[in-house]
Structures are given as C-alpha cells and as structure tokens.
Design a protein around this ligand. Structure first.
Ligand SMILES: Nc1ncnc2c1ncn2[C@@H]1O[C@H](COP(=O)(O)OP(=O)(O)O)[C@@H](O)[C@H]1O
Ligand SMILES: [Mg+2]
Length: 473
C-alpha cells in the first residue's frame, strides 16, 4: 500500500511486526486501521499461507517474523515504534533475527535497511541492497540472521552507534553447563553448536529450536520436533550408531537438545572435501571410504532402528556423521515411533509416500538410504521437482541403468533394489547389512556357461530394473 504523495526514501529505519499464523487476523484488524491513519507506507503478508512461508525458516531465513514491514516517516520511527509496542504487548510471534526489538514483551522490531527490494536498481543504477553513507561509507543492507547497523546512524530507541552494544546475542555458556566451542550450523530454525560439558569435559552437540518458527496448526513449531527427537533418542538409548540423549533445556522461549558428539563431519562435508565414495577403490586405498562399507554400516544402523520400532524418516547426507571408521545417523526430529511422527523429511531423499504424509514405513528409510548412497558415490543430489514426488526415484533408476546397465551388480544392484517394492527393498537391506552383494554377471564367459548361482542372480536382476521403474504406491 502506498498512500498518495508519500515520498519514500531509498533507505532508512523500518519497523517489522511479527505474528503467529493463529493470531494474524487479530493483528491485521488492529494494525491496518492504525497504519492507514498514520499515513505511512507498509506491506503485509497477504494470506496465512504467505505468512507461514515467511515464518518457516528455510524458504527465506531472514524473513522469519516479518508479517508487517512498515516504512515510517523517519521523524516518526521512535514514536510509532513505541506506540505499536504498547498496543501489541503480549501479541506472540517468532523473533526477527535481523532486527532489534523495541520491547521484550512486544512483537515490534526495527532495523536500518533499504526501502526497495534487493534487485531493483537504485537511482544511480546500483544494487539497491547496498547503502551509501554520507561520508562515502558502504553498508550491505540485505537482512541476515544478525542485527547490523550502518556506522553513520544512531539507534533511534537506544541512542547507540554500532559497536556500542552490550551483551552478545548468544551466551558462551548454554544451559549453565555447556561451554560453546564452535558453531556447526546457523539457521533461522535454530543454530547447532559443538560444546563441552564443563562438569566432566564431555564433548557434546547442542541443537536449538527457536520458538514459534515453522509452526503449523497440527504439528506445533520447531520445538515440537526437538521434543520428538528427545522421545525417539530415548527409545534408541542403547542403539549403536545413534548419538546419546544427554539433556534438554529452555533458554528464554527457545529449547535446546544436548546429545553426544558423533564426529567432526557429516557425509555431505566429507564428500565435498575428500571426493565421492568409490565402488571399486584402488587396491591399497583401504576399506573406509568404500561405498559398500558405508552402505553396510548404514544398513546395520537402520536394521537396529527398525527393530526398535523407529522409522528415521530423514536419512540424508547431512544427517550422516562420519568419524573415521565410525558412522552415525543424527537428526530424529520427524522420526516415527510408537504411532507418532511429525511431517517433514528432506526433499529427494524422502519417498513420494512420505511427502504425501502417509504413515511411516521402514521402507521410507530404504529409499532415503539408496539416495544417500548414490549421493556418496556420484556426489550428486537427487533430481527434484516440487510437483512430482516420485521423480527423484525414477531419475535415480534411469541414471543407474544408463551407467551400469539393466543388471547392475554389487552395491549398485542393492541400491536399485532399495528403490524397488517393499519386499525387494527389505531383502536388499538385509543383504547389504550382511555383506551379501549380487554377483556381477561374468564378462569372460558366454551366458550359457554361467555358474548356476550367477545365472540365478542375473535372471532375477534382469527384470528388476523394469519393475522398479514402475511408479511406487
Ligand atoms: N550428535 C551430533 N554429532 C555430530 N554432529 C552433529 C550431531 N548432531 C548434529 N550434527 C551436525 O549438525 C548438523 C545439523 O544438525 P541436525 O540435527 O541435522 O539439525 P537440523 O534439524 O537443523 O538438520 C548436522 O548436519 C551434523 O553435521
Ligand atoms: Mg539435519
């Protein structure tokens, strides 16, 4: 909305008002008349759907909480901000990470930034996100996950200039005991840290769940996923290849889960640094980074999980942690156990039925295992398209066929079977875990002289790829 005659500068202080989806209509009713009367320019999420997308933390991480963006007359920033904070006291919304908050009890935030979308070119044809100061200073105006302020402006609420801030945003000791040593992941949904338990020196990993981010009416917000993870880790407390649950605490409105540190890198990082996992490594290269070894370790973990009634539902390269010879599976936020699960998963790794939120099945993890192993050996993510949930599987099978023929042997044959029907996939998992791989069809001997076992295996695999490429149920 742009009331007639309001001149909009290129940049300045803007206000954001955050909201949960559930209370958004109420907020709109309160705020719109007030802003219209104020005569200032503002924009708002045009539907609950748009707001949910802003608040989910992955579509546009720096947009969480920006239900309303207000571009006030610069002389009115402080007055209007305080007025809104008073009016909206107690109104709940996720925290806006790029901004400062006017008042801790109110969902009103502010920052200095561009008044046009990044990408619109400014008056001098420059990228509008970059702001030039009066003394030739430059300020990157794009919002991120931290508050930033140009050197030449003074905070209209606190009177501070940049660098005069007092406390750091995140404390160095979390939950009274855990000294943060390193950030693993910074995310609008919650950061993940490596820390040390000061009581006994144990190395731990701490995962944060930010309040009210990615909230849905039926499955709660990210904190619910953290609680589900705790529940599932408890059920897996004696399971090898899974981190141990250690602690769960609140800090402010956010929640934190503490688990044992499973190792320094995940599979995605390992492949990026050390290259793909070969199917047939050079002689003497060792067994550790061999695709079959990785597959066998993961298959054994999955068999253990499934034996305890857990379906992981999010096996993907970033959720596999590598520590030398030790392989672990992490991230049980959407796992299913005891008749309960939360919607979610990683696009391309989760099968079509999981994306349709059908009840969890052990074979969902087998689809994800196949995709994870293909990533490990090809260093390629599954091919995905928003409107075609079965495409990753179909594409993977076509790629296997073009690279390895109709009758892939060894671990590739197993991967193809993991993408097959339920019975075939389960058999493949057991064989992978036991190290019983399909024998390659002999190239030296003509088909008539195949050994009976090879003939049997090849016979079975001959029809395999064809059946596998039929759509899964
Ligand atoms: N227990 C752990 N030990 C070692 N690394 C971990 C552990 N838990 C998580 N990580 C690392 O942190 C990253 C993010 O953690 P994850 O639980 O997957 O959070 P998210 O739900 O945000 O994906 C993982 O990709 C992995 O690299
Ligand atoms: Mg993860």
């Amino acid at each position: 909305m742009c009331p007639d005659g309001v001149p909009l500068p290129d940049h300045g202080w803007k206000l954001h008002v955050s909201s949960r989806s559930a209370t958004y209509s109420e907020l709109v009713e309160k705020l719109v008349p007030l802003l219209l009367a104020e005569g200032c320019v503002f924009k708002l999420a045009r539907s609950h759907q748009v707001l949910d997308r802003l608040n989910n933390g992955y579509s546009a991480p720096a947009s969480v909480g920006k239900a309303f963006t207000i571009y006030p007359d610069q002389r009115r920033v402080r007055g209007l901000g305080l007025e809104l904070a008073e009016l909206l006291r107690g109104h709940p919304g996720p925290r806006v990470l790029s901004d400062r908050r006017v008042d801790q009890d109110s969902p009103v935030y502010y920052r200095y930034g561009p008044f046009r979308k990044a990408g619109d070119s400014g008056a001098r044809g420059r990228f509008a996100a970059r702001i030039d100061g009066p003394g030739g200073e430059e300020f990157e105006g794009r919002a991120g996950l931290h508050y930033e302020q140009p050197a030449w402006v003074v905070d209209p609420f606190t009177g501070q200039r940049p660098g005069e801030e007092s406390a750091p945003e995140e404390p160095a000791v979390l939950g009274h005991h855990y000294r943060v040593v390193e950030g693993i992941l910074e995310s609008a949904r919650g950061n993940v840290y490596r820390a040390v338990d000061q009581r006994d020196g144990t190395k731990v990993v701490i995962k944060q769940a930010r309040a009210l981010v990615d909230e849905t009416a039926t499955s709660g917000d990210i904190r619910m996923r953290l609680r589900n993870e705790r529940r599932v880790l408890h059920a897996l407390k004696d399971c090898p290849g899974v981190p141990r649950f250690l602690d769960h605490f609140r800090h402010g409105q956010d929640e934190f889960l503490v688990t044992s540190d499973a190792g320094p890198v995940n599979l995605a990082e390992d492949v990026a640094r050390n290259g793909p996992y070969p199917i047939d490594p050079h002689p003497g290269a060792g067994d550790r980074r061999r695709l079959e070894t990785l597959g066998r370790r993961l298959a054994r973990i999955l068999l253990d999980l499934h034996a305890r009634g857990v379906v992981m539902r999010d096996l993907a390269p970033k959720n596999v942690v590598i520590d030398g010879d030790r392989v672990s599976v992490v991230d049980f936020g959407v796992a299913g156990y005891d008749g309960l699960h939360l919607p979610g998963g990683t696009h391309g790794y989760a099968p079509a039925r999981q994306r349709r939120d059908e009840p969890p099945l052990d074979t969902d993890d087998l689809h994800a295992l196949a995709m994870t192993l293909l990533f490990a050996t090809w260093h390629m993510r599954p091919v995905t398209r928003e409107d075609d949930s079965d495409l990753p599987r179909e594409h993977a099978l076509r790629a296997i066929r073009s690279a390895h023929g109709e009758e892939p042997a060894g671990v590739i044959g197993i991967i193809a079977d993991l993408l097959g029907d339920e019975h075939t996939a389960r058999t493949a998992l057991r064989r992978l875990a036991a190290g019983e791989l399909p024998i390659p069809p002999t190239t030296e001997s003509p088909p008539t002289t195949e050994s009976p076992r090879t003939a049997e295996v090849s016979g079975a695999t001959r029809t395999r790829i064809r059946t596998r490429t039929e759509p899964s149920r």
